[in-house]
Write a protein that binds this ligand. Sequence first.
Ligand code: SF4
Length: 392
Amino acid sequence: MPILDRPIKPVIRCSGLDRLLSCPGSRTLEALVPMDFTFSATGDEMTWRGNWVHADSARKLVELHDAVAPDGLTEPQIPKGWTPKPWDERASQWYVDQIVALTPPDHVIVVEKRYTVEFERFKLSGQLDCYTLSPDGEYFVINDDKSGTNIVDHAESNWQMAGYATLLKRQFPRARAGKLQILQKSAEDQVTSVDVEDLDTLVEYMEKRINEALDAPFTVETGYKACRLCPCIEFCPALDEEITEMKKILTPEQVETLKVTPNLAELAEIAARGRAIAGPIERLLATLKDRVIEEGSVVLKDGTQVTVDDELGNRVVSSPKIALEFAADKLGDADLAWLTMKMSLADLEDLLAEQGMMRKSKKQGVETVETWIRDTLGHLITRPDVKKMRFR
Ligand code: SF4
């Protein structure tokens, strides 16, 4: 067949497998999203932190622990002038320490390696943060660093990891088994892993699942995993239907049989359905807010007006260190004070009240939580201007 007549194989990214396998039609919708050709350090604080932590930990593994970076080390995509916080530095060091501790001594460590392998109907592509390989090439460990605070699925139910294992098995045909590991410092289960005993079966299964998804380009299905980071939430018909299908005409018989207290399984079913659209709704609200700021207020069909107003935000302590000293002195316990000050002024107020202080009083000259906070910490407290979206 002449080269130009050959069908172009779609490139499937491992990072998109969770969505593709749950909602095959998302690929069709995703193709409609305008592409960003600027390749600038766009994104938010969380993205920049992730970019920095990945680049810094890869560099440390190469420079201090004999890891190899076959594609070379790259500079993190961060805006000019952005600097990491101590938390980011700790996150990077934590990841490096975990890799060093979890890697079998005879394994070679490879970082930041991109692979693209060809299957009959598609190409599978992915960039691995880190993997390690035994000297005989028969066993590998994949280590994926999740530096964000959105808690990801455990390794055993994460299609991205299965995709990486598929890539590596194709790259190293001698490999028989492997371990897939996700490391996330901010998660309760910081390291989750799954052992894959038979990589041939995994590759076969993944190819079958991806082919099935390619055969269903118009099937869209909402789900927590699929929708939470989908770029199509603003125009997805399935999500729209899920959100707007909220009207129901009740029959008297139905009202009679309604269970006011569902059993645990029923409660879980309802909550799980709600969870599927909770993330997208939050993101839709954030997008709406940005658009209203840009384009002005909007009136809904039922007459509700949506505006974004300048208001005073929550109280912020400008110098937590000084406030902490006052609070520790008052509570007589620095640890207790630290716990509250790390969280919020409201926590400190609750704690003072728990310790027997009245919250408020109409009597003059009585020290209460309110007067103590005002008199002692007032000079350290500000309320920044914030933009709040209102539906009226
Ligand atoms: S928003 Fe959800 S249902 Fe719609 S395309 Fe994306 S993943 Fe699929």
